[in-house]
Design a protein around this ligand. Structure first.
Ligand SMILES: [Zn+2]
Length: 294
């Protein structure tokens, strides 16, 4: 049976010093080149003959999967993961080992100042565009960067909000929308019939933004309506954040500040604004500190 990679890399972790331990793992990276170590234990659900083959030794794999096809897949995967491997090792050499004390303190605890909620879109990674370094931002990414209101079913966004606000005690929440968002396009183009899909079931959390966009921008082209909704949905998410009692309380006390952002990757600009809540009047909010970076 193939050895699980995770177990093979955890030997003597607690007995050696941090530096020795980190340097030693370089040796273990070489093991990745051994084909048999590429086999991971996949979950048994939805098993097909091909998937079952991946759980077993190489000989069984060869019996089930056409060798030529397997070779092409392996080579393709190898190229992609070789790139990732080199990037990781460069990160380790150029950043981790050069700032070892910092990364070791991060290994003990994190205290990020930001919770960032952004889209899962591959073009809008917040660490990439805003330069967040490890330990600086707790990040949640989902389709269309939506925050559901408090009174809805449990979701990973809610768990992340609870943990980052109540345990990590982040000081800022930043919701980032973006240009040409496929999730917002799905929201704007869905019909009112109840044809179910996972995407529809999720993006419907932004229904208020869709409704208000249709109300004020129905004379615009569909593309422009989507662009309007991309920003409107950020504001709806900011308002939804205030439906969480513990967020509202911290905002009223000045312990937590809520911000909106919009990244346009067509012209590479970033718009940022901050929600100001009137602590005396419950539902009164305004926008302040709007900035446009280009
Ligand atoms: Zn998106």
């Amino acid at each position: 049976m193939a050895r699980p990679l995770i177990q093979s890399s955890s030997v003597d972790l607690h007995k050696s010093s941090a530096t020795t331990r980190i340097l030693r793992t370089q040796v273990r990276f070489l093991e990745v080149d051994k084909p048999h170590l590429r086999f991971l234990n996949l979950p048994s659900c939805n098993s097909t003959p091909k998937l079952k083959a991946w759980k077993g030794p190489m000989t069984l794999t060869k019996e089930v999967v056409d060798e030529k096809e397997m070779s092409a897949v392996t080579e393709h995967e190898s190229n992609e993961f070789t790139t990732l491997k080199h990037r990781f090792l460069n990160f380790k050499k150029d950043k981790y080992l050069k700032n070892l004390e910092h990364y070791q303190s991060l290994a003990d605890e994190q205290s990020p100042k930001f919770l960032v909620i952004s889209c899962a879109d591959s073009r809008v990674c917040p660490s990439n565009i805003l330069g967040f370094q490890p330990g600086e931002a707790f990040v949640v990414r989902n389709i269309a960067n939506l925050v559901p209101p408090y009174e809805t079913d449990p979701s990973e966004v809610k768990a992340a909000l609870e943990f980052s606000v109540n345990t990590l005690k982040v000081e800022n929440i930043l919701v980032i929308g973006h240009s040409r968002c496929g999730g917002i396009r799905a929201l704007m183009s869905m019909d009112d019939e109840t044809n179910s899909s996972f995407i529809r079931s999720w993006v419907i959390n932004g229904k208020a933004a869709r409704t208000s966009t249709k109300a004020v921008a129905s004379n615009l082209s569909f593309d422009h309506q989507c662009k309007h909704c991309e920003k409107e949905s950020v504001n709806c998410s900011l308002m939804n954040l205030l439906t969480y009692p513990w967020i509202k309380e911290k905002v009223n006390k000045g312990e937590l500040v809520i911000h909106g952002g919009y990244y346009d990757f067509v012209d590479c600009s970033f718009e940022k604004w901050t929600l100001e809540k009137n602590s005396q009047v419950d539902d009164q909010v305004s926008i302040k500190n709007r900035e446009f970076w280009s």
